[in-house]
Design a protein around this ligand. Structure first.
Ligand code: MG
Length: 257
């Protein structure tokens, strides 16, 4: 069931999302070649705790980390470890969220460790732009399919592909609520977007084929063909006459809305 947030609940969402965005930016700023992904995870854990919030991924469905940290051909759900080292030229997806006041924030960004090659940069640029196109389609009166359609059209027009098995989602008291928000789809289809909904829009885009596999650890999702993948995510609020990016701060989105 889709949960509609009251004005008061929306304030709680803003706070949870503000901390989530700050944690993501903090993680991105601390990426360094030679660092273990678990070290980066620990930094974000400490940061979220210092804000008086709770890392909402930790323990959810049994996930061990504060953040999902996914390198290169890992699309999502990379488990932070003390053996995986971040290397120069890696693309590093961080997906992290915080819970405070009973509500959740959720956001993600794919960062570059040092200089990355042009094709990787193009994948990051296109995926990020597709997120803002998805957000622009996420307005009251539109349908969920309008979001996926906008993301898919744009990414495929640049020769990239959209992951099918994982989607965005409603977010609120629970990290994952209805509706599912696919990054592909048909305009004008799906549940209607109405004021008071808060949803996480999160394009997961592959350099080549969109097929993915989950490793034996039960979490790590990689591209089947070994191509790169990028992941950008904002939690947004559908409001009367406008859509507000609640996880603003790790980026400068205003000009695109
Ligand atoms: Mg999410």
């Amino acid at each position: 069931m889709i949960q509609i947030k009251s004005a008061k609940e929306m304030e709680s969402m803003r706070r949870a999302c503000m901390i989530s965005a700050a944690a993501l930016r903090y993680g991105g700023q601390h990426i360094e070649a030679g660092m273990m992904t678990l070290e980066l995870d620990q930094l974000m854990y400490d940061f979220i705790i210092r804000q008086g919030a709770k890392p909402n991924f930790k323990g959810l469905y049994g996930f061990p980390g504060t953040a999902c940290i996914s390198l290169n051909d890992t699309v999502i759900h990379g488990i932070p470890t003390k053996s995986q080292v971040i290397r120069p030229g890696d693309i590093v997806s961080i997906d992290v969220g915080a819970k405070v006041g009973g509500f959740n924030g959720d956001n993600a960004c794919t960062f570059a460790c040092g200089k990355i090659d042009m094709e990787a940069q193009r994948l990051l640029d296109v995926t990020k732009e597709s997120l803002y196109l998805g957000i622009a389609a996420a307005k009251a009166g539109n349908r969920v399919g309008d979001i996926g359609h906008a993301v898919q059209q744009f990414c495929e027009s640049h020769g990239f592909s959209v992951v099918r098995e994982f989607t965005g989602h409603g977010v609120g008291k629970e990290l994952h609520e209805d509706p599912e928000v696919p990054n592909y789809g048909t305009a004008g289809r799906g549940p209607r977007l109405v004021a008071g909904m808060t949803i996480a829009i999160e394009p997961m885009i592959c350099q080549h084929d969109h097929k993915v596999k989950t490793l034996a650890d039960g979490w790590t999702v990689k591209t089947r063909d070994g191509g790169l993948a990028a992941h950008f995510e904002h939690t947004v609020a559908i409001l009367p006459g406008k859509t507000e990016i609640l996880t603003k701060g790790w980026d400068e989105p205003d000009s695109l809305l």
